[in-house]
Write a protein that binds this ligand. Structure first.
Ligand code: E4P
Length: 217
């Protein structure tokens, strides 16, 4: 399973990238707002830092304008994945832009039917939003499972990019189901390394080591 980082914060991406665990980055208009940066500038910096796909989202509502924005965003770097909303116009733009050989991430997916249409329109990635379904008392993980089943039934090559990840359990469940990619905020990715029994065990080892009076270096 690949890890994308869901942020437009350069320092956070750089820190995770040092460990070699960043396979790509996703941004959206809200994350650009949070970064306080110009979309073109910050996206270019991210693309220079990370080799994998970097999703940059269009903000037009009509297909023609989405295509024009997609072309402009794609000029930033070769590793741009144009992010389009899962609307009828977004699907039209997906068909055209994917036909030009561009990477497309279709976002704001909340049903397996939507994911089916995106795959048929040539999406490289489909982004089902887990956390936002959980927020309205549905089980976001059911959607990941349903899309996995539909895509496997028909051999669709669109990658399931599980999004709106809020916890380490979301990441583990996505890995168990077989999502192709998880995009998570930096703090969730860092938390994957933690376990209370690791902390407890280390504390015990350090206490016992101190009693030996020995040194390694
Ligand atoms: C994914 O591409 C989105 O940027 C993101 O995962 C949305 O997450 P949120 O629901 O926590 O805003």
């Amino acid at each position: 399973m690949k890890f994308f980082v869901d942020t437009a914060e350069i320092e956070a991406i750089a820190e995770l990238n040092e460990l070699g665990i960043v396979d790509g980055v996703t941004t959206n208009p809200s994350l650009i707002l949070k970064s306080g940066r110009d979309i073109m500038e910050v996206t270019k910096e991210i693309c220079d830092l990370v080799d994998g796909p970097v999703s940059a989202e269009v903000v037009a509502m009509e297909a023609e304008a989405m295509i024009a924005e997609g072309h402009k965003l794609a000029e930033i770097a070769d590793n741009i994945a144009i992010k389009l909303p899962l609307t009828w116009d977004g699907l039209k733009a997906c068909k055209v832009l994917s036909g030009e050989g561009r990477m497309i991430n279709v976002t704001l997916c909340f049903s397996a039917n939507q994911a089916l249409l995106a795959a048929k329109a040539g999406a490289t990635f489909i982004s089902p939003f887990i956390g936002r379904l959980d927020d309205i008392h549905l089980d976001g993980m059911d959607l990941i499972q349903d899309i996995r089943t539909v895509y496997d039934n028909y051999g669709f090559e669109t990658n399931i990019l599980a999004a709106s990840i809020r916890s380490v359990n979301h990441v583990q469940d996505c890995a168990l189901i077989g999502a192709d990619v998880v995009t998570a905020p930096p703090d969730v990715i860092k938390k994957l390394s933690t376990h209370p029994l690791t902390d407890k065990g280390l504390e015990q080892f350090m206490a016992d080591w101190a009693k030996t009076g020995q040194k390694i270096l």
